[in-house]
Structure formats: C-alpha cells, structure tokens
Design a protein around this ligand. Structure first.
Ligand code: NAD
Length: 360
C-alpha cells in the first residue's frame, strides 16, 4: 500500500490523503481519496470501473472526492468528502475476496473514510465489505442499512425544484407547470411521482423501452417523447436531467426552452463556463450537487443507526439550502453554481475551524 499525503502546497490537488491499495491475489487495485475531513470523516462511494489507466482512475477519484466535500458540506452533514475507485471490470473481477480485501483497506483508515455505493457497486457489495469494516454505508435494510438511496435523492430534487420554482414564479410548487424528466430510472421514477402528486404535467424520455413501459403502466398521463433533444425543445418550464452527466453543454443550452433546470444527474455542466451560458439565457440552474444530496443524506444516516423519518426531514431542507443559494447568487451577481461553491467553502472553513478549540 503506497500512501502520500498532500501538504497545503498550492500546486497540489488540495487533498488531505490519497491511498493506493493493492492485493495481487484477488486483483484488487483501488485508490481512496480523502479531500477534506474539516467537517468530519470523509464519506463517498466506491466506483468500480474499467479505467484505461491508473492516471485516469486517479484523476477521477480526485475529482469525485472533491465534489463529495462540497456536497456533504451543503447537505448540512458533519462529514467531509472522500471517494474511492476500484480499477478494473466489475463483471470479471468482482468477488467476495476482492471486496473483503478492499474492506480491510477501508478499515485501515480507522474511520477517516466511510464508503458507499457508486457506479459499479451495489447494496449487496456493501454488505460484503461490511464484513471487514465498520466504515461502510449503503448496506441493505436487513444489515442495518438505508437501502435504496434513490428514494431520498428524488425527494431532495423535488425540494430543490420547488425552491427554484418559487424563485422564478413566486410560489414553491410545480402545480400547473410542465416538467421534462430525462431518464426514468430509479430517481426519475420517484421524481415523476412527486411531480404528479404536486399537480405538474410531466413530459419524459428514456432510452430503455422497459422504463417507458413502466411510465405507460404507472402514469398514463405522462407524455413520452423520443429522445432528449425532443424533450428539451418541447414546451417545458423545468428540465430535470436524471440520466447521465454532461446534460448541459454548448449544444443543449442554446436549445433549452425551460426556465429552470433541476435534476438528479451528477456533473450536469459539461465544462466550466456552461453555468454562465445558462445565466445569459435567463435559465435558472439549481446546482446538481445541492439538489441531488438526498441520497448521501440517506446513507449518512446509517452512521447513527438508520432512521428514515430523520433522514427525510434532513433531505427536505434541500428546499431551504437551494433557496439560500439562489438568494446569494442574486445578491452577489454570480451564477447559482458559484454561489453554492462559496457557501460550501464557507461552511467548511467556519465549522471546520471550531476543531481548533481544544476540548481536553
Ligand atoms: N440513485 C441515487 O441515489 C443518486 C444520487 C445522486 C445522484 N444520482 C445521479 O442521478 C442519475 C440517475 O440515477 P439513477 O439511480 O436513477 O440511475 P438509473 O441507472 O437507475 O437510471 C438512469 C436512467 O437513465 C436512462 N438513460 C440513460 N441514457 C439516457 C439517454 N441518453 N436518454 C434518456 N435516458 C437515458 C437509463 O435507461 C435509466 O433508465 C445518475 O446521473 C446518478 O449518478 C443518483
């Protein structure tokens, strides 16, 4: 296991600690990155992905762990930001022994890092990892876990969308509005339910025929369109990207008809500068990592013994946080994405500083 810790050298990535883990027998190659523990132990999922190179895996984990520090800070959690990647094809490589070997490396950090599910890892994997470490969330309900995190992710997105609606139209409801949902997966489905209950009209699209069939059966009133291009050029008030990242780019932003963007997908802005493009077009963008924090709120709750109602209450506060960010953005004359970053940095600095008050 090779370990290096970054200093506060401004030329470094700013991470506290990056740990390389290897177990030749099982083929495990993992990197755990802790961006910040200013607010508490670092929490973030484990991505199991066939990266082309170690450099690509490292770049991804550094980026993702930094994102988690900001997300956890704005979610109001006493948790810092971390993330891990396992480099390899999960289809070929995943085994009980590999996951348990990985769990032992997580345990070796003695609680500086808590893991969870991400792309390529599932609730059942977390149950296996939990046989070697206490520092794991996202386990099954039978193992004391929070189960499927898409439930509160969707609830949080709905709350963030209500705050954006209030900012633009004056009332915190989607009643009478048309919302375009791109991606009817785990989150998109729950979100569609909340929107319909609230009195919104939903237009949706998904590449999966099974997902479209689900919509036809469950919500026949949902209008299905052929693809994302048809969705964003339809007469919608709100666009909710709930599929993959990069939904907002140089091609989609000029074509958008919606006045608000609020959705679950991670990394919606394809590159820096897209947030300005949105602002110039008069589109209100509710930052992805703010509104999609319900999932991490749900799994973080496991650390104290999972309580759904408590976690839901916390996810409901995404409404207040989004509201505050939109207010700050107006006050400071910056796009909401920048206002969110500033607020997260302020909480990490203000609350993180309290640790300097010695408690003997
Ligand atoms: N599940 C969570 O708790 C959670 C938490 C935070 C963020 N997110 C993010 O939210 C997004 C959705 O998550 P999920 O758990 O619902 O995933 P999912 O895999 O269950 O659903 C994604 C859906 O998008 C569809 N899709 C893929 N490409 C598409 C395209 N080009 N056009 C239309 N539909 C397309 C898929 O067919 C699938 O139905 C992801 O970006 C995820 O990273 C999820």
């Amino acid at each position: 296991m090779g370990v290096f810790a970054s200093s506060d050298d401004p030329g470094s990535s700013g991470h506290e600690q990056v740990v390389f883990c290897q177990d030749k027998q099982t083929g495990l190659r993992a990197i755990i990155a802790i961006h910040s523990t200013a607010l508490g132990p670092a929490l973030g999922g484990t991505r199991f992905y066939p990266y082309a190179s170690e450099a690509e895996a490292l770049a991804d984990v550094l980026d993702l762990s930094r994102g988690m520090a900001y997300k956890n800070a704005l979610a109001g959690l006493d948790l810092g930001g971390g993330k891990a990647v396992i480099w390899g094809d999960p289809e070929k490589l995943k085994s009980e022994a590999l996951l348990r070997a990985y769990g032992r490396f997580v345990e070796s950090l003695r609680g500086r890092y808590y893991t969870a599910c991400d792309v390529g890892t599932y609730v059942a994997d977390m149950d296996v990892i939990a046989r070697e470490t206490r520092f794991v969330t996202g386990r099954s309900v039978e193992h004391g876990g929070a189960g499927d995190s898409s439930v509160l992710t969707a609830w949080g997105v709905f709350q963030g969308m209500r705050a954006a609606a209030e900012h633009v139209w004056g009332t915190p409801t989607l009643a009478g509005r048309t919302v375009g949902v791109a991606g009817l997966g785990k989150v998109g489905r729950h979100l569609t339910g909340h929107l319909i209950d609230d009195g919104a009209r939903v237009v949706a699209t998904d590449v999966s025929p099974r997902a479209c069939e689900w919509a036809r059966q469950t919500y026949p009133q949902v209008e299905l369109v052929s693809d994302v291009t048809a969705l964003i050029t339809a007469d919608i008030d709100v666009y909710a990207p709930c599929a993959l990242g990069g939904a907002l780019n140089d091609d989609t932003v000029p074509a958008l008809r919606a006045k608000v963007v609020a959705g679950a997908a991670n990394n919606q802005l394809a590159h820096p500068g897209v947030e300005k493009l949105l602002a110039e077009r008069g589109v209100l963008y509710a930052p992805d990592y703010v509104v999609n924090a319900g999932g991490v709120i749900q799994v973080a709750d496991e650390i104290d013994g999972f309580n759904f109602e408590r976690a839901k209450l916390r996810a409901t506060r995404i409404y207040d946080t989004t509201r505050e960010i939109l207010r700050l953005a107006d006050a400071d004359g910056v796009p909401p994405a920048e206002a969110a970053d500033r607020l997260a940095e302020r909480r990490m600095a203000d609350v993180g500083r309290l640790r300097t008050i010695l408690l003997p």
